[in-house]
Design a protein around this ligand. Structure first.
Ligand code: PEP
Length: 255
């Protein structure tokens, strides 16, 4: 997979979360794989770690890139149940989602832990998708920009300019994840433009223009087109709707 983002090639990424067993996943692959043409976008899929290797073996095309949904913040050692970035890279995995709000909520991942996970990913040449986004109570107080700024500063902005261009960002307002209630295109564009401006202020405008920022949160075939049409939205991280091959393909076509 090319690490060049110069033209901000769009991305549609399927986050399956803890769904689909191997038979269901194989069926999904059998339907989505052959339907992918050179759509002029990157298509990523994030299954549960246990089945990524089997799915990579099964897949005969070259359009889909497989990634993991998380990795440890540690290099190696006595961390039962964890999978390191090095282990993921050693089996040919190129991508990892980090900082997803579900991991922040259920596993207590802090901005500092996520920074360490990002360091592990970067050191092992995995391309991370770094997730950020505010909960409903923060949005209700109109404090989403400060909230996301803190996430960026505490997890991301310690990286060098060279490293940051190989990190993908996903803006995922928590109130929109799995709720059926997506951000409006105006809300998404405002936050994406804000994130890009923060990167420009910290690094440079040139770097900010290279970084891909995905939208995530109840993206589906009926709203994908208008969300993807926003100037600073470079594609989507899709949860629920990615489980259905037809819906996922329709979202790719919306690009
Ligand atoms: C996600 O979990 O990253 C996500 C965007 O989920 P959903 O599309 O189901 O809201």
């Amino acid at each position: 997979m090319s690490k060049q983002n110069l033209s901000r090639r769009k991305i549609v990424a399927a986050n399956w979360k803890m769904n689909l067993d191997i038979d269901e996943a194989a069926e999904w692959l059998g339907e989505v794989g052959p339907a992918l043409k050179d759509d002029d976008c990157d298509v990523f899929v994030f299954p549960s770690s246990v089945m990524i290797g089997d799915l990579m073996d099964m897949y005969e095309g070259d359009m889909l890139v497989f990634g993991a949904q998380n990795c440890s913040h540690k290099d190696s050692g006595a961390y039962t149940g964890e999978v390191s970035a090095k282990q993921l890279a050693s089996v040919g995995i190129e991508l990892v989602i980090l900082g997803h709000s579900e991991c922040r909520e259920h596993f207590g991942e802090t901005n500092e832990i996520i920074k360490q996970k990002l360091q592990q990913a970067v050191q092992n040449e995995l391309m991370p998708i770094f997730c950020c986004g505010e909960p409903l109570e923060v949005r209700n107080k109109n404090e989403q920009k400060n909230y996301v700024k803190q996430q960026l500063e505490e997890s991301l902005f310690g990286f060098s300019a060279a490293a940051i261009t190989d990190i993908i960002i996903a803006y995922e307002p928590i109130w929109a994840i799995g709720t059926g209630l997506n951000a409006t295109p105006e809300q998404a564009q405002e936050m994406h433009a804000f994130i890009r401006a923060e990167i420009a202020a910290k690094y440079s405008n040139e770097i900010a223009q290279q970084i891909r920022i995905l939208y995530g949160g109840s993206c589906k075939p009926t709203n994908a087109k208008e969300l993807f049409a926003c100037a600073d939205v470079d594609g989507g991280l899709i949860g629920g709707a990615s489980l259905n091959p037809k819906d996922f393909l329709a979202i790719i076509r919306a690009l």
